[in-house]
Design a protein around this ligand. Sequence first.
Ligand code: FA5
Length: 344
Amino acid sequence: MLNELERLETAAREELGSAGSAAELETWRVRYLGKKSVLTGALRSLAALPAEERKTLGARANAVKMDLQTRYAEKQESLSLDSIDQSLGRAALDVTLPGRPALYGRLHPITQVFHEICAVFSHMGFQVIEGPEVERDYYNFEALNIPQDHPARDMFATLWIDTAQSRDSRLLRTHTSPMQVRLMEKQKPPLRFIVPGRTYRYEATDATHDWMFHQVEGLAVDSDITLRDLKETLFEFCRGIFGRDTGVRFRCDYFPFVEPGGEVSIECVQCKGAGCRLCKGSGWLEILGCGMVYPNVLSGCGIDPTVYSGFAFGMGVERITILRHGVDDIRHFYSGDFRFLRQF
Ligand code: FA5
């Protein structure tokens, strides 16, 4: 039996040396250390031997078993290190390559221009306030002199939330002008506010029109506000945002809630007034509508039009950003294209 143990040990060591994979090592373990292995069988059969022989053979068999277990553990570790080395070799890790730069967040160009617009008006003494994007027919139209079936409703193609038409019907506000009414209902003159926010229109998109865009409404009401105040405020604003050398044009326009009404346009940045796709050949890009608040809009909000007067304006923030940064199409702003957004 002693000889048999010697042969077993020699064979086990040789086979372990040539095991080159985890699967071969497992086959080896089952053969030499498993429950049905020769060694386990030899250890079991010791019980039947005389005491003296059992002592000698038992000690030897245990020593062989422990030696094989130690060698097995060492082999297991070396095979697993080999496999890590192999997989690292396959991945061809080059620690000298430069790292990938982290992407930093930044403000959207529209948000940046919002901040610039608010800063210019804050310097002129205007307070900033926000209003609801889901509005009532009453605030978006009726209180602004645009009752049901008034043809001026066509100026504001509307996305309705409620289909039944009444003064309480909900809609996505088509402009920020409803906040004129909400402000005048709540507070009495003197008033000087701007209202930045999102607006929605059910209209086709092109280079200068989107179905969702941003406006900044302005409202000033006091005892001696005139058209001259309106024009000077808006020219000061244009100088603040576009500098002194950019052409600014003030023309008459119609809005049911102001009289007289006007619009301001800025010289097209792309063609410098010569005419191009962006300005539709006119050389100018309209940025805002404005005017003196209609007397019955004032009285509808409980403000006496014989004592007070006011001016209002509503400007398109995307159009201003287009002109400010020389962007050639409004649809870039919400395309989610980082190549475009990273430029600001
Ligand atoms: C109005 O929305 C009026 N509420 C403005 C106003 C306020 C007039 C107070 C008088 C007194 P208008 O529809 O023209 O007006 O829009 C105002 C500005 O919003 C436009 O000059 C333009 O810059 C921008 N705008 C209008 N429609 C779009 C659109 N579809 N996409 C992008 N910008 C637009």
